[in-house]
Design a protein around this ligand. Structure first.
Ligand SMILES: [Fe+2]
Length: 195
């Protein structure tokens, strides 16, 4: 294990230690996942995946996709955008879109769609609901990640322990987020590595 600045940042002021960044009004508390860095120098870049039919440009800038009265299990997904040398990328764009609890996309508006930028430490934070499944697909969240002046990475994130992961031809193990169940909500972690 190499003690890189990234590793120190993760251990010292890691995503999950930053309790002050979390709100409690929607039942979120400090995420309990260990702040283990998922970064090693020379890591493989995060693989790209098809955008699928439901991307819409010009999503609103927001980290909170969860709306009052929205059905489904709340999820807080956090992580870093890193280079292959574990350097955190500040100001990287992340544009998320996903189905609702029933597996439906909002194609007329921007429900469950939003973009944000990583902070000075290269961290992002998304609050949403766990997406439902729809015919042919296992549970997934779509995302585009673009470093400042960099190319766009389009990919999808998957949930561990889903029976449909085995039957979805797009599913990839290396795009699994790590999750931990909490009272009423799910904590998720995924670090993007930009090649
Ligand atoms: Fe999808």
């Amino acid at each position: 294990m190499i003690d890189t600045p990234t590793r120190r940042a993760v251990l010292g002021a890691g995503v999950f230690a930053a309790g002050s960044m979390l709100t409690i009004d929607r039942g979120f508390a400090e995420a309990p996942l260990a702040a283990t860095p998922a970064c090693h120098d020379g890591d493989e870049a995060t693989v790209s995946q098809t955008e699928g039919p439901y991307f819409k440009p010009s999503s609103p800038e927001r980290v909170e996709l969860l709306e009052t009265g929205m059905a489904g299990q709340p999820i807080e997904l956090v992580g870093f955008v890193l280079t292959r040398a574990c350097k955190p990328l500040a100001g990287a764009l992340l544009d998320f879109w996903q189905a609702d609890d029933k597996g439906r996309y909002d194609n007329s508006g921007f429900r469950l769609r939003g973009h944000q930028f990583t902070d000075a430490e290269g961290r992002y934070r998304l609050r949403s609901v766990v997406p439902g499944v729809y015919p042919g697909r296992t549970r997934h969240i779509h995302v585009k990640v673009q470093p400042r002046d960099g190319r766009v990475l389009t990919t999808q994130l998957y949930f561990p322990g889903e029976a449909k992961n085995r039957s979805d031809g797009l599913f990839r193990k290396d795009l699994l987020m790590r999750t931990a169940k909490n009272e009423g909500w799910l904590a998720g972690r995924f670090d993007f590595v930009i090649g």
